[in-house]
Design a protein around this ligand. Structure first.
Ligand code: NAD
Length: 497
């Protein structure tokens, strides 16, 4: 069986820990490869390579860095299809969705190509007589990235292109469930001319993560994954003196007002709830229907859901693929099975679904729950599967109160034709990313991505200007060139004369 190893100092490095994890095709349930799981020693080797590379990369010119990034952008563009295939083979999502994540990842490479503009400093001339002040931003050193299974290429691309554009070197720990796409990203970066050691990959599980969090040469950690792990990463890495951005789980609401275009709202709800089998941190998992909208909306969602074609991600007619593992499939199904005992109406139950000839795949159909209570497990937990809950409220105010009571605050959307209500919602809702008649408001690359509350730990959102700030630290330089008129001792506190 083929093994996916580590990528350290510009070349493949065999795992020496002796431990491996299975990599499975979710459409068949068959193990296709195995991935090396790094020990602390292997992590140390990767960090040492990154640290050595930082000595030259950290002081390389902006022109040298952007020359590599522009070539990298072209290579990724040329290999979109191939990487999307790798994503489908290990994650299960349909090929078009893999291409979509490549497009969103490329946005950040394109942003990084413009790093000279983003890193421009500030200068205040003559702040006092013959005194100037300059502000510059410098890289941090070695940065680590730890990423989830659900975007095998896009989330790594949210991190390392901008980090290395800022002059840092990087150690990436991909999800052990989907390691191949990230590995390919590193190989292509080397082909683009990225010097050895600037981007390293250690495959592994929590053993590798915990070593990265403790390593004295790791200056900062970017994490994307579930809230319990995000909390652990943030607490541990900050206790070890590192800068941390840790993005966590979500429960994304869609508030539908009575004046909304219900056909557009139903299209949006189905696309955002069931796309990628609900395994998106920006998936809509709770529709909050105001007043009389609930019944017609549920009817329209049900009609549309019935037409979704579920099948292997490599089949161009499939619109939704399987879930990531059998255990996750069973966990998702358990929320549907438990829903009626907790007061919900099960409008659609997709838990019996399978694909003929591929019964060992991790299949599940679309489920729709109505009259879901805020105390139920289906509402309180992030299900991360194709299960959409509808909650009924009487007024806009009740809807916003319900949404704001959620511990999560990643994405949220309002569907309405009323500009005044939409504006009020933008200001009142407690979430980091708001859509107005847009169900999955993932910010474009030159704005930053991030939630509020338990959906993020740390002060910086990811990519965009926040990304540049996260991967650099500010320095302010006050300059006075010798002049005979300034001579003389002055023990007073420096003032602005
Ligand atoms: P996860 O938290 O289980 O794993 C994320 C990463 O952490 C993986 O690389 C994994 O190997 C590592 N890890 C897992 N358990 C660990 C532990 N105990 N200690 C140290 N490291 C550990 O998440 P996942 O299941 O891979 O991904 C799905 C989750 O990610 C969902 O909750 C989803 O909402 C979230 N997510 C959030 C965003 C966002 O931008 N907020 C984006 C994508 C996914």
């Amino acid at each position: 069986m083929q093994t996916i190893d580590h990528w350290i100092d510009g070349k493949p490095v065999e795992g020496t820990s002796g431990t491996y994890g299975p990599v499975t095709d979710p459409a068949t349930g068959v193990q296709t490869t195995r991935v090396a799981l790094a020990s602390a020693t292997e992590v140390d080797t990767a960090v040492a390579a990154a640290r050595a590379a930082y000595a030259t990369w950290g002081t390389s010119s902006l022109a040298q860095r952007t020359a590599v990034l522009f070539r990298y952008r072209e290579l990724l563009d040329a290999h979109r299809d191939e990487i999307a295939d790798l994503i489908t083979a290990e994650h299960g999502k349909v090929h078009a969705d893999g291409l979509g994540e490549m497009a969103r990842g490329l946005e950040i490479v394109e942003l990084a190509c413009g790093i000279p503009q983003l890193l421009k400093g500030e200068l205040s001339s003559q702040v006092a007589t013959r005194v100037d002040v300059a502000a510059i931003r410098q890289p941090l050193g070695v940065v680590a990235g730890i990423v989830p299974f659900n975007f095998p290429a896009m989330v790594p691309l949210w991190m390392f292109p901008l980090a290395i554009a800022c002059g840092n070197t990087f150690v990436l720990k991909p999800s052990e469930k989907v390691p191949s796409a990230a590995y390919r990203l590193a190989e292509l970066a080397a082909r683009a001319g990225l010097p050895d050691g600037v981007l390293n990959i250690v495959n592994g599980d929590r053993v590798a993560v915990d070593r990265l969090l403790a390593h004295p040469d790791v200056a900062a950690v970017s994490f994307v994954g579930s809230t319990p792990v995000a909390r652990h990463i943030h607490a541990t890495a900050t206790a070890n003196g590192k800068r941390v951005q840790a993005l966590g789980s979500a429960k994304n609401h869609m508030l539908v007002l009575p004046d909304a275009d219900l056909d557009a709202a139903a299209d949006a709800a189905v696309s955002a709830a069931y796309g990628s089998a609900g395994e998106r941190c920006m998936a809509v998992s709770a529709v909050v229907a105001v007043g009389a909208t609930a019944d017609p909306l549920i009817e329209k969602i049900t009609e549309r859901a019935a037409k979704i074609k579920i099948g292997p991600g490599g089949d161009p007619t499939s619109e939704m693929g399987p879930l990531i593992t059998r255990a996750h499939r069973d966990r998702v199904a358990s929320y549907v099975h438990g829903a009626s005992a907790q007061g919900a109406d099960v409008v659609l139950d997709g838990t019996d679904f399978t694909v003929e000839g591929k019964e060992e795949g991790y299949w599940i159909g679309l489920s729709l729950l109505d009259k879901v209570s805020v105390d139920s497990d289906a509402y309180r937990d992030e299900i991360f599967g194709p299960v959409l809950s509808v909650l009924r409220v009487d007024t806009y105010e009740e809807g916003v109160e319900l949404i704001n009571a959620s511990p999560y605050g990643n994405g949220v959307a309002i569907f309405t034709r009323d500009g005044g209500a939409a504006r009020r919602f933008q200001l009142e809702v407690e979430a980091g990313m708001v859509g107005v008649n847009v169900p999955i408001p993932v910010p474009v690359g030159y704005h930053s991505f991030g939630g509020w509350k338990d959906s993020i730990f740390g002060d910086h959102h990811i990519y965009g200007n926040d990304g540049v700030h996260f991967y650099t630290r500010g320095k302010v330089i006050t300059t006075r060139w010798p002049n005979p008129e300034d001579a003389g001792v002055d023990l007073g506190f420096p003032s602005h004369r």
